[in-house]
Design a protein around this ligand. Sequence first.
Ligand SMILES: [Zn+2]
Length: 166
Amino acid sequence: MKDSGENHGHPYRRLDRRIEEVVHDPYAERSKPREPAACPDCGAVFTHGRWAWSGPADGAGEHLCPACHRIRDRMPAGWVTLAGSFLPAHREEILHLVHNEADRVRAEHPLERIMDVADSDGTTTITTTGIHLARRLGDAIHHAYQGALDTQYAPDEYRIRVHWSR
Ligand SMILES: [Zn+2]
């Protein structure tokens, strides 16, 4: 966790830490490749027990990283739903914030990425490959635009639903 410097006092932070300690990502568990390995889809490298954006390329075997595996399976770990009457006129700037935050998180955590952004009946749903990113997006939107933020997760599953409305 490198969130200590970015804690804005959101009540979800403590909850988040517990999720990460208790719940394991089944995609990560299944995907411990021999090192070094490189993902053929995104180029991430598995080295020193984790996926990184750079590392030894010599002799690297191909292994699909958990994030690309989820993308191929269309199996998100996080859903961030945006709704409310404030949304339509501010959707573009909110999504700009979302993509900026996602870029920051992705640079540090290669397996945390946005999968898709979809609109339906006045709501916008962002799916993510990791629960960490979904929470970070919810926190960032709430911090910038206030509104109501609700975070739900199943205790035994690596899956999170974040709902924001204003
Ligand atoms: Zn990949």
